[in-house]
Design a binder for this molecule. Structure first.
Ligand code: SF4
Length: 425
């Protein structure tokens, strides 16, 4: 019984012999079999689809009932990379019904999606450190690589253990890897604009070391980081202080006097476009001030299309009058946080996990990006039942439609409009 999955669904790629290690290793497994994907599509739809969201989209993203108007951004929620990653995770369970299945970290940054995978018996492994648990993986185990990818040392370990690998890394993330590997090949240091403790940036940093492991990288996040970097590029400075400022954000052996001579910029795919452009501009200017031209500077904009579309759609939406905006998504989701940053200066904006955060017409639980904590705010002035209100909703690329639907229904419910009334619209 243990190997029944293998007879039923042999991997599409043949098993391979690694002569050097003298042990059998398996190729990455393609679980995208038509029969499997048909069942996956049905299950994913049950878990994450929403007829209310579809209806609202069909109505041009606007719905008014009584004195309550709801606006939905033109682009929101699941992106193609996330949809693919979820499909492949679900398919893994179907192709390997009897095997242990592990996931490096989280498939995406959404608690509801990760909960569904846990219910299927898919076990999350640590993603910051290669813990002893990785040494206990066996050749019968399946390991799913999340949409963000995973650092090379994790991939090497999983391969060394001979596990079946289902790689859901998004193609847009892999484009960044190609770029930073190219920088390393040409002796160019990668400056990575991203969060140094984000899965994707960790994975990208490991590729910036290049095929031979002798490449270098530096991770910058804020414009303050960039200004510090630019000052050093222009004038040099105290190397020890520089390394202390960026501690844990650069490759082993990084020497600012050597490794800032030729630099190439890349960014985490989910950063804020305007910030990334500003960072490009500042570094290019610093190099030009130092060298007289910018030939020692390369840049490749690696913000993905889905992130860009969601940011652009929000800018469009903000042109319309709204009383408040709800941004739905996981609190650790980078692209969702950037939507909040875009909207916050314009109107009251609340970053919520799901509908349960909207506790009443008076109170909303939401994530405060500045203090990095969840808190409860009183928003009764904005939302009293007797005054007309327009609520905007958008959601990050990792947020399923069913969570958006519950948020919409909760708002209408608090305003005295029940589900049946909405069903007849
Ligand atoms: S947000 Fe962009 S990079 Fe990330 S999974 Fe979606 S499409 Fe891919």
């Amino acid at each position: 019984m243990k190997m029944s999955w293998f007879r039923a669904f042999p991997p599409l790629y043949p098993l391979q012999m690694n002569d050097a290690a003298n042990k059998i290793k398996k190729s990455r497994v393609n679980v995208r079999r038509p029969d499997v994907m048909e069942r996956v599509a049905a299950e994913v739809a049950i878990h994450f689809h929403s007829t209310v969201v579809e209806k609202l989209r069909d109505k041009g993203g606007k719905m008014t009932v009584g004195n309550t108007t709801l606006l939905l951004a033109e682009q929101f929620g699941f992106c193609y990379g996330v949809e693919r990653a979820i499909d492949l995770a679900y398919a893994s369970r179907k192709v390997f019904p009897d095997n242990r299945i592990f996931l490096i970290g989280e498939i995406i940054h959404n608690p509801e999606v990760n909960r569904q995978l846990r219910e299927m018996g898919i076990i999350s492994l640590p993603w910051m450190e290669l813990t002893a648990g990785y040494d206990e993986l066996t050749e019968d185990d399946v390991v799913i690589v999340p949409a963000f990818g995973a650092p090379t040392r994790f991939m090497d370990k999983v391969e060394e253990r001979g596990c079946y690998v289902v790689d859901t890394t998004c193609g847009d993330v892999m484009k960044v890897w190609r770029r930073v590997r190219g920088y390393a090949k040409d002796g160019v240091t990668s400056i990575i604009h991203g969060k140094s403790n984000h899965e994707e940036t960790l994975a990208t940093s490991s590729r910036a070391l290049g095929e031979n492991g002798d490449g270098h990288f530096l991770v910058v996040l804020t414009t303050t980081d960039v200004d510090y970097l630019c000052k050093y590029i222009r004038n040099g400075g105290n190397k020890a202080e520089f390394l202390a400022y960026f501690i844990d954000h650069y490759s082993d052996g990084f020497d600012p006097e050597v490794h800032l001579q030729r630099v190439g910029l890349a960014n985490q795919t989910t950063m804020l476009q305007s910030e990334t452009e500003e960072i490009q501009r500042r570094i290019r200017k610093a190099i030009t001030d130092r060298d007289g031209d910018d030939t020692a500077f390369q840049v490749f904009d690696t913000i993905c299309g889905a992130t860009q579309e969601r940011q652009d759609a929000l800018f469009e939406m903000l042109k319309k009058p709204m009383d408040l905006l709800l941004v739905v998504g996981g609190y650790n989701s980078s692209n969702t946080a950037h939507l909040v940053e875009i909207a916050e200066p314009e109107l009251p904006t609340f970053f919520i996990r799901d509908a349960s955060c909207i506790q009443s017409l008076q109170e909303i639980v939401h994530y405060d990006l500045h203090h990095r904590e969840e808190k409860t705010s009183d928003y009764s002035k904005l939302f009293s039942a007797d005054r007309p209100v327009t609520v905007g909703i958008t959601a990050g690329a990792s947020c399923p439609n069913n969570l958006i639907e519950e948020t919409i229904l909760k708002i209408f419910e608090l305003r005295g409009i029940d589900r049946e009334a909405l069903a007849n619209l």
